[in-house]
Design a protein around this ligand. Structure first.
Ligand code: KIV
Length: 260
């Protein structure tokens, strides 16, 4: 699926359903179950590789997993791939070289973590044909600075986040992930932006929702408070994924309790 189709769904008022995906088998299943966005997240450093953070993930590994997911999806879902830590912060040229590898591997868009300081990089990428998704709030690649603490809980950090969101959108970002922020702030960002917001731990008011697959399947030893295990009670993986997609589209997940 290409970006115009995805944006048209959102423009019609449909909630966008996203899940992390790291391999071809799940990509095939998720596509069959109507998941709109397969996020080849650098969370694979934790879920697949067993690291404590996402920081060790390399561009080569992201290319490998993006290729696998792309083959499994067979063109039926939108492929969003994370730029891993250290492959885009140094310069816009560095970001373009890394993004080109991910697009060649099959990604339809790249995601990068960070605020207004990255706006010139976003503009550089977009002007050269790379669709960009921003990622604000809790930034796992900044764990050494912030830990895994929720963000945007005081006026200063909420104001900063709003400014960052607008700066990234003005620079050309066309999707925005909001992670672990209060639902009132996610609602405010969603109202101010003219691009879809995708929440995770951000409450019910975003234009879409993403979860880490292992959280949805109840495989995470200490899952985040905002996650829900959709496998318990379902008869198959397929039923769990279909129930997740339905819950997001019908607005029954996430609820107000599924945020920080
Ligand atoms: O890598 C990832 O799984 C992510 C989600 C937490 C949004 O970026």
């Amino acid at each position: 699926m290409f970006l115009p189709q995805l944006l048209a769904k959102s423009a019609k008022g449909e909630k966008l359903v996203a899940l992390t995906c790291y391999d071809a088998s799940f990509a095939r299943l998720m596509t069959r179950c109507g998941i709109d966005i397969l996020l080849v997240g650098d969370s694979l450093g934790m879920t697949i590789q067993g690291h404590a953070t996402t920081l060790p993930v390399t561009l080569e590994q992201m290319v490998y997993h993006t290729e696998a997911v792309t083959r499994g999806a067979g063109g039926g879902a939108f492929i969003l791939a994370d730029l891993p830590f250290g492959t885009y912060q140094a310069s816009a040229e560095q970001a373009f070289a890394a993004s080109a590898r991910l697009l060649a591997a099959g990604a339809n868009m790249v995601k990068l973590e960070g605020g207004g300081v990255l706006a010139p990089t976003v503009r550089f990428l977009v002007e050269r044909g790379v669709p960009v998704c921003g990622h604000l709030g809790l930034l796992p690649q900044s764990v050494n600075r912030t830990g895994y603490a929720p963000q945007g809980r005081d006026v200063t950090s909420a104001t900063r986040l709003l400014q960052d969101a607008e700066a990234l959108m003005q620079a050309g970002a066309q999707l925005m992930v909001l992670e672990s922020i209060p639902s009132v702030l996610a609602e405010e960002v969603t109202q101010r932006l003219s691009i879809p917001t995708i929440g995770i731990g951000a409450g019910p008011y975003c234009n879409g929702q993403v979860l880490v697959l292992q959280d949805l399947l109840g495989l995470t030893p200490k899952p985040p408070r905002f996650a829900r295990d959709f496998l318990t009670g379902a008869l198959s993986l397929e039923e769990a994924l279909v129930n997740y997609a339905r819950a997001v589209r019908e607005g029954t997940f996430p609820g107000p309790e599924h945020c920080v």
